[in-house]
Design a protein around this ligand. Structure first.
Ligand code: SF4
Ligand code: SF4
Length: 305
């Protein structure tokens, strides 16, 4: 399908000078919308595919103007605090307009392809000097395949390296449509065990593992990313994921991502509950056995968070 400059994509943010989302210095584009519901998600604002309002409640001066202004009657007082009934809120932003204390923040901005590419091109000098480029992440970028394909085509016209950071949950045809414009896929494999995958993310991993094999057969350079959550997908499951990586042909690197809780504050701002509060963040020493095993298999390993 031909690309239209009027096409728009919903983006939560563009992270400039990113160094952990592929080689070199990069701009990471976080698309909004994801079919998975990982309990540990550090970007919960990127799960819903519609704009949302984050509430910085500690800034509120209790003036009451937002409640008067809300056309949906979605703002109410509870124990002296102004709250949003998310089932009524349409993310119209009227509360933001009247709140002098900047309590409300909208997440999810529509970008045209031209506006996005113009923004990303501003840092080309950094990409060129460092061997970097642009990474599409999310949320799940594969929920926006046409937008990504058209934006990536324009980036390639400007000799900009393009990576895709994905959980891999899409029909193979979606991946296939992007093969010609993507230089590298960073594929998150969260569990090897299908039951555990379903329990903690809401979906089976069969299509994800199938897609990894098809990407391998298509000679797409891959970085496999394995989150490590103590007591949930450590031990055998991590070893099984590493063993799976050795069966693919074109794995440039595996990244072991240590579980962290940096996203908890965003859950509060979205009025959501974080369910893994009792899980501890791992120590580097917890990962040593897995790192040694991966290196013995000839894999290049990084550890991040
Ligand atoms: S307008 Fe802002 S400061 Fe005033 S009550 Fe609403 S959230 Fe609080
Ligand atoms: S975004 Fe609109 S609907 Fe939602 S709480 Fe604010 S004013 Fe009400």
């Amino acid at each position: 399908m031909p690309c239209s400059s009027a096409q728009k994509g919903l983006i939560t943010r563009i992270q400039k000078y990113a160094t952990k989302d592929g080689p070199g210095i990069r701009s990471t584009v976080f698309m909004k919308g994801c079919p998975l519901g990982c309990l540990w998600c550090a970007n919960p604002e990127a799960i819903s595919s519609t704009p949302e309002i984050l509430v910085h409640a500690q800034r509120c001066t209790s003036c009451g103007k937002c409640m008067e202004k809300c056309p949906q009657g979605a703002i109410f007082l509870e124990e002296g605090k102004y709250r949003i009934d998310r089932s009524l809120c349409t993310s119209c932003g009227r509360c933001m307009e009247v709140c002098a204390a900047n309590v409300y923040e909208k997440t999810g901005i529509l970008y045209t392809i031209d506006a996005l590419v113009d923004e990303l091109k501003k840092d080309k000098v950094f990409y060129d000097a460092s061997g970097g480029g642009v990474t599409f992440s999310g949320g799940e970028p594969l929920m926006h395949p046409e937008f990504i394909r058209c934006a990536a085509e324009k980036l390639k016209e400007n000799q900009i390296h393009v990576a895709l950071e994905t959980a891999g949950y899409a029909q193979w045809e979606v991946f296939e449509s992007l093969l010609g414009v993507i230089d590298l896929v960073l594929l998150d494999i969260k569990f090897f065990d299908p039951q555990a995958h379903k329990k903690y993310t809401g979906i089976s991993n069969k299509i994800i593992l199938d897609n990894a094999q098809k990407l391998s057969a298509a000679h797409m350079p891959l970085v496999l990313r394995f989150i490590y959550i103590p007591g949930i997908n450590d031990g055998k499951d991590l070893m099984d994921r590493i063993a799976f990586a050795t069966k693919l042909n074109n794995v440039k690197q595996i990244d072991i991502l240590k579980y962290h809780k940096l996203g908890i504050g965003k859950y509060n701002k979205l009025g959501k509950k974080y369910l893994l509060e009792d899980i501890s963040e791992p120590e580097d020493t917890d990962l040593q056995e897995a790192i040694d095993f991966a290196k013995q298999q000839g894999l290049t390993v990084t550890v991040g968070g």
